[in-house]
Design a protein around this ligand. Structure first.
Ligand SMILES: *Cc1c(COP(=O)(O)O)cnc(C)c1O
Length: 413
């Protein structure tokens, strides 16, 4: 007899305790939270885990590097309010996120607004609030200047640069090649020359290359190139840089075989880069902006089994939750080949007889998958299914109205 090839496993995720084989969050069993939420699907975010992630970043990263939270990964106001005092600033991507950021009491000059297609309304809100705009195109820069003139206020403008390199091995590439994001590096000198005669306050550069990277060597390579690019471009700047935002892109392990990013290795490379930058760009605040790494591991998505059926030998657990609440879980948010998130039966995490099942949602589409051919404790109607790694790009990144099912609850504990 030969051994079956070793199946890749999910990386252990021990920060949600298991007591009597039931998953806990915020010091209580998940079934207690489910009752409190009235039986509907819900997200639960644990602030202890968020605080731990921020503390580990603070401990590892050079102290001179400022840490921002990119709120689009999870803009729940209670969560943003909790994170705001623990970080050095917030990054927003819409007028509504800007309201959330301002509502948290964060100082406007530590809030930045990136994203293509900012409307005049958004530019006006941002300028009158006194936050920094990361400008995505030469046209947007002109529009920003016009908004400033109309309001009689000098806009704070940073240039978002579309670098001439990519963040290798990242889940989502946001730089390199033609992109809707940022101004191509080779166009930036001409834009900077124009800025000399524009009525704008030049803040600096924003260079964000990608998201969900688990490989320290590619993060490190990108960071090295990012600083080099900033030095090259700084020579053409209308005034000394007040800030350099080097992006982020730190990933978390989702799928079988994924392992956590080696933060110590990233930090080791970063320390001399930050030292050098303090000499070559004196007075420039250095910023890294992270979303997923801060919030992603702190969230669970929980729903209930409604039906159990066997179809031609395959067992299906049909739940009241699905891609309308959690698109990324279904594999339709940036995955090329669908892989399973870590999933558990919340009241029988490790024990009980096991079986291989498909867990699906209630939507009338074969895309509505929570787990495909996964070994779980045997479960049936009323059992709770918990999905780990759901604190970022969960509800906020989902087509919530599809099939008009009820919204999930969201709680911060
Ligand atoms: C989405 C985004 C982020 C956050 O990315 P994460 O992978 O969640 O850390 C940061 N900066 C910009 C400009 C973004 O668009």
């Amino acid at each position: 007899m030969t051994d079956a090839p070793k199946k890749k496993a999910h990386y252990p995720l021990p920060w949600f305790p298991v007591v009597d084989d039931e998953l806990q969050a915020g010091g209580r069993p998940i079934s207690a939270w489910a009752r409190e939420m009235g039986g509907r699907p819900f997200y639960i975010y644990d602030r202890r885990i968020v605080a731990e992630r921020i503390a580990s970043l603070r401990e590892a990263l050079p102290p001179a590097l400022h840490l921002h939270y990119a709120i689009k990964c999870n803009p729940l106001p209670a969560l943003v309010d909790f994170i705001a005092p623990l970080v050095d600033g917030l990054d927003v991507a819409s007028a509504r996120e800007l309201e959330t950021a301002l509502g948290s009491g964060t100082a406007p000059d530590t809030i930045s607004f990136a994203g293509p297609g900012k409307t005049d309304f958004e530019l006006e809100r941002a300028v009158s609030a006194g936050i920094t705009l990361n400008v995505e195109s030469p046209t947007e820069l002109r529009r920003l200047e016009a908004v400033g003139e109309r309001l009689g206020q000098r806009p704070r403008a940073a240039i978002r640069v579309n670098p001439d390199f990519e963040l290798k091995a990242s889940g989502m590439k946001m730089g390199g090649g033609p992109k809707p994001f940022g101004i191509d590096a080779e166009q930036v000198p001409a834009v900077l020359a124009d800025m000399k005669s524009m009525d704008l306050e030049f803040i600096g550069f924003h260079i964000f290359s990608g998201s969900q990277n688990l490989r320290a060597e590619s993060v490190t390579e990108t960071q090295t190139k990012t600083f080099d690019l900033a030095y090259r471009l700084a020579g053409d700047a209308p005034s000394p840089l007040k800030s350099l935002n080097i992006g982020g892109g730190f990933g978390i392990p989702y799928f079988p075989g994924d392992t956590p990013l080696d933060l110590a290795a990233v930090a080791e490379n970063l320390a001399p880069l930050v030292d050098e930058a303090s000499k070559r760009l004196p007075g420039a605040e250095l910023i890294t902006e992270l979303g997923r790494y801060i919030a992603g591991e702190a969230g669970l998505y929980v729903c209930s089994v409604v039906d159990r059926k066997v179809s031609r030998g395959t067992t299906y657990l049909v739940t009241d939750g699905g891609l309308h609440h959690h698109l990324a879980l279904s594999g339709n948010f940036g995955q090329i080949l669908r892989k399973n998130y870590p999933v558990a039966v919340a009241t029988r995490v490790n024990g009980g007889p096991r079986e291989v099942v498909n867990v699906v949602g209630p939507l009338c589409t074969p895309l509505d998958i929570l787990a495909d051919q996964m070994e779980l404790a045997q479960a049936g109607p009323g059992d709770l299914i918990a999905v780990y790694q759901s604190g970022a790009y969960g509800y906020t990144a989902s087509p919530r109205d599809f099939l008009s099912h009820p919204e999930p609850g969201e709680i911060l504990v």
